[in-house]
Ligand binder design. Sequence first.
Ligand SMILES: [Fe+2]
Ligand SMILES: [Fe+2]
Length: 178
Amino acid sequence: MHNAIRSLYDEHEMIVEAIEVAKEAGTLIGKDDERYVRTMKDLIDFFRTYADQYHHHKEEEVLFPLMLESNEMLGDGVLKEMLENHADFREMLDGISKDLEAGRLPQVRDGLARYSEALLDHIAVENDEVFHMAMTLLDDNTLDRVGFQFEDHDRETGAERKEELARMVRELRKELAV
Ligand SMILES: [Fe+2]
Ligand SMILES: [Fe+2]
């Protein structure tokens, strides 16, 4: 597998780890609300920044447009669906964030459960269909270019910050023993 595509799979794995933390943290409600709120703030930050700004933007701005160039038909099919999902995820996070600010913790938990389920479905479609399609449609030179653009994107968005967010999720996992 080409490294550029591998890096997207790796980011998916990181995002799935955060989803597991979100699920486990729900048990804190009623027991330690303060800690739940703190954990949710961190997780929302992770989903908005790592999952959206780093990951979804790479798909939207680099990979999907190149796939569309090589096969216009994709614009009405699975890629359109993926882009709509990204937009839905942003909206869902805004809703969850509002519930959190208002202290509506059960709604935060339920909203995150819906978000997580939708995101897991989305990741499965990309892993099983979209990325295979990308490797079929794009030659190695193009994928090399994709890889460089991914690296640029991480650098511009902040490579250290990305690492920090990954570390934060791993620590939360340890704390919650997920
Ligand atoms: Fe995506
Ligand atoms: Fe993705």
